[in-house]
Design a protein around this ligand. Structure first.
Ligand SMILES: Cc1cc2nc3c(=O)[nH]c(=O)nc-3n(C[C@H](O)[C@H](O)[C@H](O)COP(=O)(O)OP(=O)(O)OC[C@H]3O[C@@H](n4cnc5c(N)ncnc54)[C@H](O)[C@@H]3O)c2cc1C
Length: 392
């Protein structure tokens, strides 16, 4: 049966990947239908970093300035600190022309969505929960069924994009398997008041019982403390005084700083990568396709890079009035899968080293880092840092 096309592209999920893709596709003058099940976007801590490869993409889409207007601040250095001996490593975070910016995750999501809507090409339906894909024929997918406050609807487009996060129903419905690795550690995310002498740097505090990552915000610092997996109840219920004591023992710079625990959360961490990304008529991007340990801060970067790469493949084809996307999706799948596989693997290795706990590993890590802290070693490790920040 032939159906009228309701849009050129249907995107499920208005997180970083979905809104990013909407921004990228709007440049091709396409009609985009964006479905988001949340009533409003969230306020939890899920990574604040817009690494240079992301800001380069945002600049390409003409929306970088909006993030600066929303309060994004540049950071220039990464520092590693020993909990007793102070700073043991400091390296620049950028060399090229694209800045490394930090902005709370919720504001990144909000700004991306606002920019997508400002193009006038994106029709957002919210709250609207995608239910299931509709098959055009036995092989290909032609649309999606979703539910909103008015009832259940069917919509049709040449392509449905699953940007619906790590529990993706689109991934499940196109029958894609993922290999999942569950880490023995988790991240406890919260905020603290920003110490007056805190520099605009990403700061990792090393400690035998688990490090603490600090990210600057205008008057606060984002705190990500490494804790054991399945310890959520313990940390979320711990009284402020005890939590402060533990945090200060790991990150002495937080001495005397009030904690802000609204929106705090303990994140279970999973590494996964879909075996493939698409089936005729549907494709997955962002966390729907891969999740990484956040130690290397690559999840959002990969979500935006997927959005940019997919738009470059399908955008020109759809803009030319074609609806057969097999070649474009093949290209996208081949290129982006291997780019992502490298990042998933390298993030995994870095995370395993960072998460090693106990006095032996702590001594080994700090000794290794001290050896790397001379100017020659900093310049030699520069390409490794750049691979996380700058390569596409
Ligand atoms: C603790 C933590 C720290 C992190 N730190 C960093 C970091 O420093 N740097 C970094 O780059 N990344 C980081 N990440 C990862 C990053 O947050 C994610 O990789 C990224 O946000 C994924 O975006 P996404 O749009 O693919 O998925 P999501 O953000 O999960 O968005 C999916 C969207 O789809 C919607 N949706 C789901 N199902 C449906 C449906 N059926 N119908 C309609 N809508 C639906 C959801 O409501 C949601 O809005 C971190 C993650 C965690 C957990």
């Amino acid at each position: 049966m032939n159906h009228t096309q309701d849009a050129d592209v249907i995107i499920v999920g208005a997180g970083i990947a979905g809104s990013g893709l909407a921004c990228a596709l709007a440049r091709y003058n396409l009609r985009i239908l964006l479905l988001e099940k949340r009533r409003r976007l969230g306020s939890i801590h899920r990574g604040d970093s817009l690494v240079p490869k992301n800001t380069a993409l945002l600049a390409k889409w003409g929306i970088l300035e909006a993030f600066i207007q929303a309060g994004a601040e540049p950071i220039t250095h990464m520092e590693l600190h020993h909990h007793r001996h102070g700073r043991i490593y400091r390296a620049p975070l950028l060399a090229g022309s694209s800045p490394y910016l930090v902005l709370p995750h919720a504001k990144i999501e909000k700004t991306l969505l606002e920019q997508a809507l400002a193009t006038g090409k994106v029709n957002l339906v919210q709250p609207a929960k995608a239910l299931n894909l509709i098959h055009r024929d036995q092989l290909a997918i032609g649309g999606i069924r979703y539910q909103d406050e008015q009832g259940t609807h069917e919509v049709y487009a040449p392509i449905v994009v699953g940007a619906d996060g790590h529990k993706s129903i689109i991934r499940e419905q196109i029958g894609v398997e993922v290999d999942a690795y569950h880490y023995d550690h988790a991240y406890f995310g919260l905020e603290a008041q920003r110490p007056t002498h805190y520099e605009n740097a990403m700061r990792v505090q090393l400690h035998p019982e688990g490090g603490v990552l600090l990210m600057p915000r205008p008057d606060r610092v984002g705190v990500g403390m490494l804790v054991a997996a399945n310890s959520s109840n313990y940390w979320l219920k711990l009284p402020d005084a005890e939590l402060t004591q533990i945090l200060v023992s790991r990150a002495p710079i937080l001495e005397g700083m009030p904690l802000y625990r609204e929106g705090s959360h303990v994140y279970s961490l999973v590494r996964s990568h879909a075996k493939r990304y698409w089936l005729e008529g549907a494709v997955i991007i962002g966390d729907a396709a891969h999740t990484t340990n956040p130690t290397a801060g690559q999840g959002m970067a990969m979500a935006l890079s997927d959005a940019g790469a997919l738009a470059e493949q399908i955008g020109p084809v759809l803009a030319a009035g074609e609806t057969t996307l097999t070649n474009a999706l093949t290209q996208y799948g081949q290129q982006q899968w291997s780019v992502n596989q490298k990042l998933v693997r390298s993030s995994h290795r870095l995370a395993l080293v960072y998460a090693k706990r106990g006095p032996f590993w702590h001594r080994l890590k700090t000794t290794g880092i001290k050896l790397l802290a001379n100017p020659l070693a900093v310049s030699l490790t520069r390409p490794v840092i750049a691979s996380f920040l700058e390569s596409a």
